[in-house]
Design a protein. Sequence first.
Length: 386
Amino acid sequence: MKVGIMAANPFKPSAGHLPPVLIGRDMVLDDFNEALEDGPGAPGRLMRVTGPRGVGKTVMLAKFADTVKALGWQVISETSRKGITNRLVGRLQPPKGSFKFSIDPSVSVMGIGGSLGSVSYENNHRVIDLSDALSIRMDELERKGAGLLVTVDEAQSIDRDELTEIATAVQNMTIANRNMAFVFAGLPSMASKWLNNEATTFIRRAQYEPLGEVPLDEVSDALHATFRDTDLILDGEPLDAATKATAGYPFMIQLVGYHVWRNANRRRGNAGERVDVNEIDVRYGVASALARLGDTVHGPELDGLSPVDKTYLLAMAQDDGPSSTSSIAQRMGKDVRYASRYRARLLEAQVIVERGYGRVDFAVPYLREYLREHAAYVRMTSSETD
């Protein structure tokens, strides 16, 4: 195959973009596909996908959406921005028909407030909630033998009242045996938020699908095959170096693949001949990938943390591997109890992970190196008050 200089880069390191090869996620996909086959009420039709930033939560939602669209289902994909239930009611409006929904935020349901709508039949007008909007839409879809998938990204940020209404609607649809699936994706902290809300007991039982690192042997196979399909040969030492540089982190797999492929593709010119990827292609590609990782993952991750959270991480970054809680506390100039408070917060947010008794490490690859490189700036934005 002669692809030439104008060949499209097969790697897509942009947030939420479905990559050409989805690796290391077969079990999650199998759970979802089996739930579709098993019908309403199957556990996998109510799912929560969690993990740190960059592990591919949004990508999984996109893959689920593609799967059900092939079955003729409707898909509604939302994020947890304020007003999510209003938007859901609006998007549930059928494209054609004798009725329509309009949002009426002045009305409350069960004293909760929240997001409501109304439905009009000619001269008749009544207020409905999200459950009613879903039921009306499902009546039409099920008559056609279709179903509905609703996905909610960044679910840890859903407003409490809106979360209550969504939880009620999910439960009502499940009890009614409707041909639907709900998938929530977000940081692990969403589970504790739901835990503290009695009204969300039902969705706390959603099937738990944690996303982590992809095994390096699968990364190696995927990189080799994807490069080969565009007449670029990534093998031997260059393949080993590129594979190790990804650390099995899904976003880094796309970044490394993208930049290494671009470097090698530029060398082959317009003739489109087969080219072996060399160590220079990999070295400069990995450097570009790391810079992009810092801008798109590490920087935003730190921006969302408190000053003392950052101080805790700076203390961790002094170690080349897992850190002990006592050493971190000593470097912070605080006692272990004080440091443990922030340890718990960072564990919950999955910025760090446990590595044996009393030891923690960074959950996202290369965050240690980023903190060392940007230590002066991070200290400037940190303080001992929280």
